[in-house]
Design a protein around this ligand. Structure first.
Ligand code: NAP
Length: 293
């Protein structure tokens, strides 16, 4: 059984569809049951035997994210979770109900809170995997541990998004180091989808159908990016490939998704293990998490 956060739309939808087509039971963790129902209808239309469940999750609300992660225990056995749900860049600085900058608070704090609460269930399942969805945008991120809330700097929307994805990727890597140190056989891996546009994504009624605007936006980008169906492949590979190992980053084999996913080496900020440890420590204090690893 696999859990896909944000499984109702975009790349998360296609991760769910591909897992279902491989015969897995898939839990779509989403903040909207009605959207998840449409996604499950679309998957069932293509894969009549698909075993699909809905699980409520809002990563912009820390208490809801904690409850949702803990409630996964009701499923008993979870073989893997993909932390796919995220918000994209916002034009202006806004805050979550918990008072965190919205993009960092949702993508980083929300996902970490959910994962921390789900961890006991994952550790319960032999060889379980947690896959964190990163982004190449992490390269423009700047993690300033004294200003994670972006109060002391001019707010730059894409940089903030990149920072949130870099923080997520550090989390996935640091978690894996801790799992190894604790002698656990659970693995934490990273994936990134490359660039993906709705206008290059196949229709999946009643969940998703391209608009004329989607198609227009995709015209010039076609040689450089792919649809969200192919963008789902690296995460699915990280989740299912028997040769995949903890701490790896799975990436598209080519920008347009023509080649199969491959392992990408970790570079730049992602090799800074001290930064990852410091971020982990600070996050533990901010979210008051009692880690089991
Ligand atoms: N598309 C790209 O080119 C690209 C590139 C690099 C990385 N990524 C990463 O890939 C992942 C998926 O991207 P995408 O393009 O598929 O995005 P998308 O189409 O915007 O889908 C985002 C998903 O996240 C969910 N979500 C957002 N806020 C949430 C919240 N507070 N609680 C629970 N779910 C929430 C959305 O649910 P709703 O439908 O309810 O909003 C939706 O299911 C993200 O992690 C993104 O950072 C994408």
């Amino acid at each position: 059984m696999f859990v896909v956060t944000g499984g109702n739309a975009g790349i998360g939808y296609f991760i769910s569809e591909q897992l279902a087509s491989a015969g897995a039971t898939v839990v779509l963790a989403s903040r909207s049951q009605s959207k998840a129902d449409l996604a499950m209808k679309a998957i069932a239309a293509r894969i009549p035997k698909a075993d699909l469940r809905y699980h409520s999750l809002d990563i912009s609300d820390l208490s809801a994210a904690r409850q949702s992660g803990a409630a996964l225990a009701e499923f008993g056995r979870i073989d893997g979770i993909v932390l796919n749900a995220a918000v994209l860049s916002q034009k202006q600085r806004r805050e979550t109900a918990d008072g965190h900058e919205l993009v960092f608070g949702t993508n980083y704090y929300g996902n970490v809170q959910f994962a921390a609460a789900a961890l006991p269930t994952l550790l319960h399942t032999e060889g379980a995997r947690l896959v964190t969805m990163g982004s190449v945008a992490q390269r423009i991120g700047r993690l300033d541990l004294n200003d994670l809330e972006q109060r002391n700097t001019t707010y730059r929307s894409m940089r903030t998004y990149g920072t949130s994805k870099q923080a997520q990727m550090h989390f996935g890597l640091e978690l894996n180091r801790r799992l190894v140190a604790a002698g656990q056989n659970m693995m934490s891996l990273l994936a990134h989808p490359g660039g993906a546009l709705d206008g290059l994504t196949p229709d999946r009624p009643p969940a998703f159908e391209q608009t004329r605007r989607d198609r227009r936006n995709a015209v010039l980008m076609r040689p450089f990016v792919q649809g969200k169906d192919r963008a789902a492949w690296p995460a699915v590979r990280a989740l299912l490939d028997p040769t995949a190992a903890g701490g790896e980053l799975w990436a598209p084999g080519s920008a347009t998704g023509r080649c199969p996913p491959r392992r990408d080496p970790l570079r730049g900020a992602l090799t800074d293990q001290q930064l990852a440890r410091d971020l982990w420590q600070k996050t533990q204090e901010t979210l008051d998490i009692q880690w089991t690893v």
